[in-house]
Design a protein around this ligand. Sequence first.
Ligand code: MSK
Length: 667
Amino acid sequence: MSEEKKEKRKASSIDPCAVDLLRYAEECSIPTAFSRSDSLKPCPIGAEGACCKICAMGPCRLKSKDGEDALKGVCGASLATVTARNIARMVAGGTAAHSDHARDVANTLLAAAEEHTKDYQIKDVEKLLAVANNFGIDTSGRTKNEVAKEVAEFVLKDFGQQKGEVSFIRTATKKRQELWREHKLVPRGVDREVCELMHRTTMGVDTDPEDILDAALRTSLADGWSGSRIGTDFSDILFGTPKPIKSEDSLGAFQKKHINIVVHGHEPTLSEMIVVASEMPELIDYAKSKGAEGINLVGMCCTSNEILLRHGIKSAGGFLNQELGVLTGAVEAMVVDVQCIMPAIADVVKGFHTKLVTTSPKGRIPGAEHIEFDELHALEVAKKIVRLACDNFPNRKDTRIPDYGKTMVAGFSHEYIKYMQGGRFRGSFRPLNDAIIAGRIRGLAGIVGCNNPRVDQDSLHDYLVRELIANDVLVVQTGCGAHASAKSGLLRPETMELAGPGLREVCEAIGIPPVLHMGSCVDNSRILTVLTAVAQEGGLGDDISDIPVVGIAPEWMSEKALAIAFYAVASGLYVIFGVESPIAASPTVQKIMSEGWEKKVGGKLEFIPGKEEMLAATLAHIDKKREALKLRKYEKGKFGVEKVLMSMADRRKLEEAAHAHKGVGGV
Ligand code: MSK
């Protein structure tokens, strides 16, 4: 973005609900992240990674017109060292966040398995057995709780392990595992890698930028192949593995005559219980006793994605909608757990009747009411929160609920993606691979990550999704990227009409939209699982780095997004980030993370602010990978020969026949 454009632009959104509420905020002079991002310019030195503030001799600001080596810190640290250290510390922060979330889910699974709580039970036994199988845990003749206890204890050691390898590494392709071992990139334990990276990057320890960045790759792998994977798999075991489900995503999800409760943040443990509590007849009666017609539970950010995918609970959108939700005047309680929660909500609620409720012992906000969650009394806590929201309903004043709603289909777990390509008995990734080989599908893209008020909300997500599907690229999404597409109506089967002819044919045959919502931020681990399965299916090389696929976070803002980028690169992906580059100050660091990493691990990370440039780089990379695999050159509307995809109707017939034969129930 040019300096001139930066000056002129005003933070806004392509979401009409957000625009309505931003207008209201402006009329009432209520500050939001949008207005603050206009008035608060980022520090140009810090933004580019050139500011070192890890000791009290500084901060040392190393940006100079005379080149990268013109200035050194008081201790002698080079700009490349400082830039590498800064981004590495962000990766440590992101890895810690995902992994600590996962630790809580793992402890909840253990508590359920040991029957210390009656509020949680194991819902997906099939998934439990599949995870147990990964680790060679004996399942025969044992109860589900016995197996779950051993699985939870086996995986919980990943956090504190001092030597060896974290558990899920063994589920990567053989080639990838060998590559990681060769470059000493296999994480030993989650806590150890995060702790070591913080030590390594403190004053006067590691000053070799490549070495620092290798350590950051290893730490990020503790996120992608341990922390996030535990978060996803254990949540599936406890709460059910997602399958397609219809819902809505819009700030119009609030209901005028109902008690509106927003659950916002990331963890599914409390929100699952609030789902249960909000459907209890005793609490619905309580809501009615306060003059409401019922209880309307709505999600936000990734807590939303967790309960959306498993229960179809409506969403009010992603990260940048949190203050706007309060501005509707219709929210009785904004219940938050951890991550991506703006402290600004505490100020916004002062002008409204909304109660801000913090629930995590790790995340308090001055001015909020704190009702602490613990998994042993989960339902009791959830009921208390729902009652608090009901009690607040009589305090409601004017409301302004936007009237734009968009339906969506979400819930494409990797298990379902396999199932949809052949059903319960014949599911595989063969049809997807064949469609890529034949050129019907040009390649794959994961468009993930946050919103950032430094760009118009959702604008880059929306542009890239529309352009890529028009170019026959199948898109998968998580996090706030998925919210962006849901709000634009792109997560519906009708979106097929916007897809290129090859992708459209595949989507019609299988019965899926060309944009698949795969879940929350920790569920980026599902994308790694899909890509590993694609590599193992055959015909597209033998590792993720061979597949024509790109990962993009066009509107990123969080440290967690960087941790995801690093583990995706270390797993072999080309990753593109938009907005600003936190390594712009150092050409040396940029070279290590692009050319250097491509040679070392087959993936690379680049920061590309322009949307057309992001699109061009994505398509060029997909075509480069196709060429390396000696696949037919992609030409829109011209395909090679491939096996005929089985339609949903044919699949159902086959399954009915199989069920009749075996006398078993359906999926
Ligand atoms: S919520 S990390 S803003 S995707 Fe997972 Fe959205 Fe980014 Fe938070």
